[in-house]
Design a protein around this ligand. Sequence first.
Ligand code: FE2
Length: 178
Amino acid sequence: MAVTKIQVKSFPAPAQLATMTDLTSQEAKAVTEAVNPLIADVFALYVKTKNFHWHLSGSHFRDYHLLFDEQAEAIFEAIDIMAERVRRIGGTTIRSIGHIAQLQTIEDDNNDFVPAGVMVRQLMEDNAHMAKMIRDAIAVCDKNRDSATSNVLQEILDETERRKWFLFEVMQGVNNTD
Ligand SMILES: [Fe+2]
């Protein structure tokens, strides 16, 4: 199947979408460009967590199935919060699955079968990666006077670290072929 390469631009927004802000356009651009890749990664992580929720097998089925669903729900909630922060400062945000693919840094998993222990480890690593990305984006927000986006990201970082902690503890003693 031919894949069409797309390049979506998020800044500057068309006049009708250029919400007024006291941030300079450089500041708004910097925040937009720091937050949109996070949203793409949150989408990618949401799908991956659901993928593992659906394609799980083994003796921990019930525990992991429920844990992954609980985590997917929290991940999903972060999407709208971040996207609307970008809109509040006059940037534009995620447009499509193709746009997500353009920006995501978390890798998809299209394997036929993934052992449960590997799922847990992968999600733990992805959440750890996500935490680092969010922390870096918070630094960009702080540098560009956008404390409201910074505050929102701090909460999302806390939730991401909670997921990482749960997965890390679940991983203790788990055999990767489990
Ligand atoms: Fe389900």
